[in-house]
Design a protein around this ligand. Structure first.
Ligand code: 13P
Ligand code: SF4
Length: 311
């Protein structure tokens, strides 16, 4: 990219010219969140994609989010600034292995977290996000036999709050599993009034320490509505941008990872997207998300079922 280009201005011009919409996840870097037409959690991004009238959707997030948008809008062009923006949680659930697991358990309803590939969604009965997982699981009878994948931490958490015994896939997110219990305890001692907010993808020992557990959107809402002035935030640190923007007077401390030498509370995949790549992808309409039409035909059903339940 020519260094003299005003990227913000150029992106806004291209967006208008091409009737494109920029959707950004809360874990994107601040500049991208600021230029996005809409910033949200994974449920909100899917809901937004489903109703946009734009010709092009630029999904500033990771690959599975782009796939979900493409499956919902097969006739639109869906771009992701960097196609290498994958997800360790989605990678922890290879479609062939998951399909075999499902086949080995006839009679089970399959509930999959949205952080999965389209091929996993194609063998799923209903998709959930961390915002609606409890509501959707509870929409099934208490004795329903359920497979829940791929996040074992979210699965354990939903099992505990709904008093169920869903069969769990053994997957996890490398960012959310990194938070250090000892360092959070130390921070709590240092800031006794601080409220600990945690995403359900965190390990159960971290969730036990938390004052409030929820999806990124729920953590944000809680931070805004709470009377507390200080928060320790155990999720990807990109969310602090919106928290600080909405609550400039409050203090937000990112929960530290076990390894203090790395920025492990940042998702390396999410952070692959940059303003330069966003500009290039709008300009050249590349890279584009493609989903096999047979896979998409099956995967759209559990996604739509989720959207219908969460309306
Ligand atoms: P939510 O956006 O549903 O909170 O999920 C968090 C996440 O890890 C997205 O990759
Ligand atoms: Fe995947 Fe974790 Fe990154 Fe979210 S934060 S995209 S779950 S690796």
């Amino acid at each position: 990219v020519d260094k003299s280009i005003d990227l913000k201005k150029a992106i806004n011009e291209l967006k208008k010219e091409k009737n494109a919409v920029i959707l950004g996840h809360y874990y994107q870097q601040g500049e991208i969140q600021d230029i996005a037409d809409f910033v949200g959690d994974s449920l909100a991004l899917a809901q937004w994609a489903a109703k946009t009238t734009a010709d092009i959707i630029v999904l500033c997030g990771v690959h599975f989010m782009g796939e979900t948008a493409k499956i919902l809008c097969p006739d639109k062009k869906v771009l992701v600034p960097d196609l290498n923006a994958g997800c360790s949680l989605a990678d922890s659930c290879p479609a062939d292995d998951f399909a075999r697991f499902v086949n080995e358990h006839p009679g089970y309803t399959v509930i999959s977290y949205v952080n999965t590939t389209a091929a996993v969604k194609a063998v799923t009965d209903v998709v959930v996000t961390s915002t609606n997982a409890k509501q959707i699981v509870e929409s099934f009878p208490k004795d329903e036999k359920i497979i829940f994948g791929p996040d074992r931490n979210l699965g354990n958490y939903i099992n505990s709050i709904t008093n169920r015994n869903m069969l769990l896939w053994d997957g996890a997110c490398h960012v959310h599993e990194q938070f250090s219990v000892e360092k959070i305890v130390e921070l709590k001692a240092q800031y006794p009034d601080a409220v600990v907010l945690a995403h359900p993808e965190c390990k159960s020992v971290v969730l036990k320490l938390a004052d409030f557990v929820g999806s990124t959107a729920a953590l944000l809402k809680h931070a805004v509505q709470s009377d507390a002035q200080c928060f320790i935030v155990a999720t990807e640190s990109g969310i602090l941008h919106e928290m600080q923007k909405k609550c400039p007077q409050k203090t937000f401390i990112p929960a530290p990872p076990n390894d203090s030498t790395c920025a492990c509370n940042e998702c390396s995949f999410m952070r692959l997207n940059t303003m330069e790549k966003l500009y290039n992808c709008l300009k050249y309409e590349f890279p584009e998300i493609e989903v096999d039409s047979e896979v998409a035909k099956k995967a759209v059903l559990p996604i739509k079922r989720m959207l219908d339940i969460s309306e």
